[in-house]
Design a protein. Structure first.
Length: 337
């Protein structure tokens, strides 16, 4: 029983999936209910026979009620009812004999020929369940938007759909799927309105959640692909601004260093002028050969130094600040002249 049931369900599942191959991510489930073929034939015989007898009774009653007594009509009705009960308890062979006289009964019985000879069970009701991924509605929206705007480039992304638009697309998609599957499903052998034959639901797929997480990155990438020229110009402008700023900062730092060096040289010159003073004695011109240079400093209280000391002081001054020493010598030479 189980293997045969699975076989029927697999056949219908393959048929529906082939029909709905364009709906990516659609999940199809099929359920096949089976019953005994003899009971199904008896049920169909009863339904067809009841319809035929009812119409025959109505015709006979309308034709004979005016010429025959009411008691005879009621007796015939009772006998017909007994005959119907006997026919319902007959076998399938009797049903086929009955179908020879009544084509409607024959068609109903032959349409339910047993398909499983071992278990004598035939499918009498096939139902299907369709699970639609929510990302499918977004794809439907994108395709419809591109059809409405055919002249746009392929890398241009459609705007985000509103909740009302997605809800409308969801409802339309469900109705389309339900109608398409209902037309493929076999008519039920027994009329039953307790449960619908096709049910369509929506499930949250992983693709939709991942696309929502990556929407910012996707948007940035598509924007960059569309506006790469503007982005390149902006990058070049920023790089040029950085170069100009670096050059101006370097020039300013050089000026600051030069100013500090000039200030230090000025301080050194002032200290040399204050620390070293040359005094020349006012002697007669006849004693020019005996002129003695007197070097005085505040530290030695204007004490005369030897020639070696003067050389040492000059050497230290030249080593410490050559510019200041040269300036001091020029001043001394100018004063001496």
């Amino acid at each position: 029983y189980v293997r045969t049931k699975q076989m029927f369900e697999q056949l219908w599942r393959d048929k529906l999936q082939q029909r709905l191959a364009n709906y990516e991510g659609l999940v199809v489930a099929v359920n096949v209910e089976r019953c005994d073929a003899t009971r199904l034939v008896a049920h169909n015989v009863e339904s067809a026979r009841g319809e035929f007898v009812g119409s025959e009774r109505a015709t006979s009653s309308s034709a004979l009620i005016s010429n025959r007594p009411v008691s005879l009509v009621e007796a015939e009705s009772d006998s017909a009812g007994d005959s119907d009960s006997a026919n319902l308890r007959a076998s399938s062979a009797h049903a086929r004999n009955l179908g020879a006289r009544h084509p409607s009964v024959s068609a109903a019985s032959e349409s339910e020929t047993p398909l499983d000879a071992d278990s004598n069970l035939v499918p009498y009701r096939v139902t299907a369940s369709l699970d639609v991924p929510r990302s499918l509605y977004q794809r439907v929206w994108e395709e419809s938007w591109r059809r409405a705007n055919p002249g746009l480039p392929a890398n241009v992304q459609p705007p985000a759909a509103s909740a009302e638009t997605l809800a409308r697309i969801e409802e339309e998609t469900k109705q389309t799927l339900q109608q398409a599957v209902t037309y493929l499903m076999p008519a039920p052998a027994v009329h039953d309105d307790r449960n619908p034959r096709v049910v369509v639901t929506t499930y949250e797929d992983r693709v939709a959640s991942e696309s929502a997480k990556l929407s910012a990155a996707e948007t940035a990438r598509h924007w960059l692909a569309e506006h790469w020229q503007s982005a390149a110009m902006l990058t070049l402008a920023l790089f040029s601004l950085w170069l100009v700023r670096s050059f101006a900062r370097g020039t300013q730092q050089r000026r600051i260093r030069e100013t500090e060096a000039t200030h230090r040289r000025g301080l050194a010159r002032s200290s040399v002028a204050e620390s070293a003073e040359v005094e020349f004695d006012d002697r007669p011109s006849s004693l020019d050969d005996d002129v003695e240079l007197e070097w005085t400093t505040p530290a030695v209280s204007r004490t005369k130094g030897s020639e070696a000391d003067l050389r040492e002081q000059l050497r230290e001054l030249v080593n410490s600040d050559p510019d200041a020493a040269a300036e001091a010598l020029r001043n001394w030479i100018g004063d001496a002249a």
